[in-house]
Design a protein. Structure first.
Lengths: 275, 281
């Protein structure tokens, strides 16, 4: 063998691998056991994970600079990625957090101006409806015919075919500066005013229809607020870029929509039991 | 060896880099649209299976009450299934697990339940609500009502096609990304502890790191007749290029020895800061 035999100098990458391989194999094994259904890791093993993760990350960094073994680098990168995903997975006990998920603490306060606008629109609509029916009672059947909820369908059909899509539309059209949301709110307000006046005057209206109307009002209020906020975020993003401001408020809006859906579901169940 | 670069497997998936909080960048593979669709189809199938008992009960007892209960159950299940699994299993639903996908946050930070909620509410809007409207045929009276719904569904379904990370609208708004997470195995080191053929520095200077990578891949290929022929061809080319005088003998031994020597040489040069990317440098 010639004097330049590389083996006489020893491959650095081989030494590096020999010294670290045991920790990688241990991490791989721990991860595999952790993500499988079966016995969970003991607390000692759980404590090992972050430390092994950090040493593997540093191994990856070293491998990238000194070693020319691509398969080793790919393996380490993959191992680091899987550990990262495991350590950063959301840890949630559903019973603990579900209420906080649906009704986050600061959400209603942050959306107060939009909610006031939505509420104002519905109230304006109601006042209009009441005035119309007071002046000319024939408006009542016309308005009820044009209402967003059908009298002929059952409450569940109403829920899925009308209430939910319309509310989602009210949120989604926030993209179009929320003008359609306002239109929906006003329209519903008018019909709601007419129905309320009729009830006050003692007319007989099917209970599930009335419950459906009020459910839609509540749902539209919440979803309309979310839609208005969306429109606002697009029009006046403040220091952020437009899409970034949408993303920033998206979780609050999703919470609005899900709480609206929950309310709609409860309302529809109530209407169904009343029918 | 230039045409031998063709033996390198071309990566079939697009990749994205993220930087973990510790400051190291990792490469993420993005699944193709077909893979995402497959995972979604599996999840929907699982939901349908979950609803079978209730559906059968409804059919047996008859009456509208059962049908309306079924509608409510469908609604609850399709929402709760995704949210439950994504929050409990770390961004993975059973369908996604089968295909090997995972949901992560695009910025590399921790996934919060709020973000997962946004994703799933948007899925309602994108797919389930228009699907439900279309499938309840008697509600839609005319073409004027069908066409907007079809456009609604079509727009959202086509959205992943038109952006390079294959994001759904839900991913876009929530700031998440769906990636492929395979499980790589630790392959044994190809470098041998001692070698039989001797190579001089002048001979080892001919090739660079890219060629070493190709040789690595050739040596790891599964043994077959085609592979044996390929290896013999590679050995002959190397020998001609570096003007290696003695006879080769066993092809595999020669290639393994050359690999070890070449890697040691290039790693030493790398340490001294003199990287050689390929034979043309």
């Amino acid at each position: 063998m010639s004097g330049d035999s590389p083996v006489a100098h020893g491959l650095k990458s081989v030494d590096f691998r020999k010294s670290r391989e045991a920790s990688w194999v241990e991490l791989d094994e721990l991860l595999h056991r952790a993500t499988r259904f079966g016995r969970p890791l003991t607390s000692d093993e759980l404590m090992r994970l972050p430390m092994l993760y950090r040493t593997t990350l540093s191994s990856l960094s070293i491998a990238r600079s000194i070693a020319l073994d691509k398969s080793l680098e790919a393996y380490l990168e993959n191992l680091c990625l899987r550990t990262f995903l495991y350590l950063n997975a959301p840890r949630l006990a559903p019973d603990e957090h579900i209420l906080r998920m649906l009704f986050p603490p600061g959400a209603f306060k942050a959306l107060r101006p939009c909610m006031l606008v939505a509420l104002g629109t519905i109230v304006l609509g109601m006042v209009t409806g009441i005035c119309l029916v007071l002046r000319q009672p024939l408006w009542a059947p016309v308005l009820m015919h044009a209402s967003l909820i059908s009298q002929h369908d059952g409450p569940m059909d109403n829920l899925f075919m009308r209430i939910l899509p319309i509310s989602l539309l009210a949120t989604g059209t926030g993209l179009f500066l929320a003008l359609p949301s306002l239109v929906l709110l006003a329209w519903h307000g008018v019909v709601l005013g007419a129905v309320s006046l009729l009830l006050f005057q003692g007319a007989v209206i099917p209970a599930d229809y009335v419950l459906g109307m009020f459910t839609l009002a509540a749902t539209l209020l919440l979803c309309g607020t979310a839609g208005l906020r969306l429109g606002w975020a697009l029009l006046f993003p403040g220091p952020l870029r437009r899409m970034a401001s949408v993303v920033a408020y998206s979780s609050v809006m999703a919470c609005m929509v899900s709480s609206a859906s929950a309310i709609a579901l409860i309302g529809a169940l109530g209407a169904w039991m009343a029918s | 060896m230039s045409s031998a670069l063709d033996v390198l497997p071309r990566s079939q998936h697009k990749t994205v880099q993220i930087v973990v909080p510790e400051g190291i960048s990792l490469t993420l593979e993005l699944p193709s649209i077909g893979e995402r669709l497959a995972a979604f189809a599996l999840d929907v199938f699982a939901c349908v299976i979950g609803l079978l008992p209730i559906a059968v009960l409804t059919l047996l007892t008859g009456a509208d009450a059962g049908e309306e209960l079924l509608m409510v159950c469908i609604f609850l299940l399709r929402n709760c299934y995704f949210i439950f699994f994504e929050t409990r299993m770390g961004g993975v639903t059973p369908g996604k697990r089968v295909v090997g996908l995972c949901v992560i946050d695009q910025s590399g930070s921790k996934l919060t339940p709020q973000v997962l909620l946004v994703r799933n509410v948007m899925r309602e809007v994108e797919f389930f609500v228009p699907m439900q409207l279309l499938m309840a045929g008697d509600w839609l009276y005319s073409a004027w009502e069908v066409i907007p719904v079809v456009c609604w569904l079509g727009f959202f379904t086509a959205f992943p096609v038109f952006n390079n990370k294959h994001l759904r609208v839900g991913d876009f708004v929530a700031g998440t990304l769906v990636i492929l997470v395979p499980r790589n195995l630790l392959l044994p080191d190809l470098a041998r502890p001692d070698i039989q053929c001797a190579f001089s520095d002048a001979q080892l200077k001919m090739y660079g790191e890219e060629e070493l990578h190709v040789l690595d891949h050739v040596l790891r290929m599964e043994a077959s007749e085609a592979t044996a022929a390929l290896r013999a061809d590679v050995a002959r080319r190397i020998r001609d290029k570096i003007k290696f005088v003695p006879a080769i003998g066993d092809v595999d031994t020669f290639l393994a020895d050359f690999y070890t020597a070449q890697r040691a040489f290039l790693e030493r040069r790398r340490q001294l800061g003199k990287e050689k990317k390929n034979k043309h440098e």
